[in-house]
Design a protein around this ligand. Structure first.
Ligand SMILES: Cc1cc2nc3c(=O)[nH]c(=O)nc-3n(C[C@H](O)[C@H](O)[C@H](O)COP(=O)(O)OP(=O)(O)OC[C@H]3O[C@@H](n4cnc5c(N)ncnc54)[C@H](O)[C@@H]3O)c2cc1C
Length: 443
């Protein structure tokens, strides 16, 4: 066993893992292939690049994603602190300027005296650990093959879709209006209102539009929260109006009324020069995206910075393969973290980088490591990943259904969630204190 930590992949999980270990005095060698090789979704060489939405999820106090954020904050997470510092207004969500966010993380990682960032594609898993594999849903094909051999099985997969980003200068602000749903969090979203006829015309054209075909041998499996709009539209003509295009809580100041449907746009950066279409993931062909998006009132002249796209997203069957320390049962010293283990979401991925790192650091220092309790968001995710049914394992975001609620038997949902949040934060702080005594802290 080495006295340094090897990490493969400087995405959300790998960057967090490197930071946590280095801040505890452990030397880290972090490999990242971008700049010598690309993935199908990343656009830059930055560490922790956000490939699709620029949102790090709900930041409303006492929501499950908020609890996860608070837990990360209590560990001085590099991902959440950079997110907080580079936030852009987004109602109750924590959205970030993606460029500034990942540049800040890249700088912190590159400048850390105990982190050596190597730009190299790893094609063989090092046989002397500890090593954390954090290569994400778009792991390079050669390494994917190696991992399949190591775990002795094929990957599981699903499809993740990206939504388009448009140029702010090409939006018609006489039609689109700024507002957040129910006025929560300021007028942070730009809303394109549709009347009934415009909506049904749009649905008709969407159903007829040309889509990028899937490989003939693959079943199209989507993550429910990332379903392409054309797939949702196939479920029925009203599905989008009750889903990502729901108009509730949004009064159009031009008419004083609520529209039949609304397409929401969220700022991409601090300068507000780009907007992404919220929940508008799509695998339509590019010309069809242009045609369909330009049917939306306010976006008739929209120019695109990025078109929507679809990507295969792979993950391992963690419940059968990993211990609750995120270590491969069949090869101690090899850890997995991030989306590749079946969490879904930027912060969930970073969280697993944090935990795999703490676990590996404990091993290097010869200390015991006990994972966080299940009444915390971090512990709830670990429990899901390692105790779910191996025959039906699916990626998961943080949600209240995963927490151990124990003695909390309160009927009122808001009150119950507040209590779960308080309990989680109390427990995570206690856990952090215990760890601090054995493996140190980032403070
Ligand atoms: C198309 C798509 C859209 C998504 N949209 C969202 C979204 O909107 N919101 C959200 O919360 N989540 C989204 N996700 C899910 C997930 O949150 C992100 O994929 C997240 O980046 C996962 O973090 P990670 O650290 O596990 O992987 P990544 O952030 O992808 O990091 C993995 C890193 O490993 C590197 N790498 C890969 N192979 C090698 C190798 N052989 N050697 C060296 N380096 C290697 C990659 O270049 C990459 O930098 C999306 C995923 C996909 C695929």
């Amino acid at each position: 066993m080495n006295d340094f930590l090897t990490i493969i992949g400087a995405g959300l999980a790998g960057s967090e893992a490197a930071w946590q270990a280095a801040e505890r005095g452990i030397h880290v060698v972090l490999y990242e292939m971008r700049s010598v090789s690309r993935t199908a979704a990343h656009k830059t060489d930055n560490c922790a690049e956000l490939v699709c939405s620029n949102s790090l999820g709900n930041n409303l106090p006492h929501s499950a994603p908020f609890i996860l954020k608070e837990e990360l904050r209590s560990f001085n997470s590099v991902v959440i602190s950079s997110g907080d510092r580079n936030s852009v207004p987004a109602g109750s969500a924590l959205a970030v300027d993606r460029e500034l966010f990942s540049k800040e993380i890249t700088k912190k990682i590159s400048n850390h005296p105990l982190i050596t960032l190597k730009r190299q594609e790893i094609v063989e898993i090092p046989d002397s650990g500890p090593v954390i594999i954090a290569t994400g849903p778009l792991t390079s094909p050669k390494l994917s093959k190696e991992i399949s051999q190591l775990i002795g099985q094929e990957y599981l997969y699903f499809y993740d879709a990206l939504s388009p980003i448009v140029d702010a200068n090409t939006i018609d602000y006489d039609t689109a209006f700024f507002a957040s749903r129910y006025g929560k969090g300021g007028a942070d979203y730009l809303n394109c209102p549709m009347n009934e006829k415009q909506y049904y015309d749009f649905i008709r054209e969407l159903n007829n539009a040309e889509k990028v075909p899937m490989a003939s041998f693959e079943k199209p499996v989507y993550f429910e929260g990332c379903m392409p709009i054309e797939v949702l539209a196939e479920r029925g003509p009203k599905t989008l109006a009750f889903g990502p295009l729901k108009p509730v809580g949004l009064i159009n100041p031009h008419t004083g009324k609520t529209a039949f449907a609304v397409v929401q746009l969220r700022k991409e950066n601090k300068e507000s020069s780009a907007y992404n279409l919220v929940g508008f993931q799509t695998k339509l062909t590019y010309p069809e995206q242009k045609r369909l998006v330009r049917m939306i009132p306010g976006l008739e002249k929209a120019e695109f910075f990025r078109f929507g796209a679809i990507h295969r997203n792979t993950f391992i069957n963690s419940p059968g393969l990993l211990s609750n320390e995120l270590e491969l049962k069949s090869r101690p010293g090899t850890y997995f973290a991030g989306q590749i283990i079946g969490v879904e979401g930027y912060l969930e991925s970073a969280s697993m980088g944090l935990l795999a790192s703490l676990s590996a650091v404990a091993k290097i220092l010869g200390k015991d490591y006990i994972p966080p309790p299940r009444d915390t968001a971090l512990g709830a995710l670990i429990n899901y990943l390692t105790t779910s049914n191996v025959n039906n394992f699916q990626p998961m975001n943080i949600n209240f259904g995963l927490f151990r609620i124990g003695e909390i038997k309160i009927r009122d949902k808001k009150e119950r969630n507040q209590k779960i949040a308080l309990n989680a934060l109390e427990k995570i702080q206690k856990w952090e204190q215990e760890l601090k005594c054995s493996i140190g802290s980032t403070a």
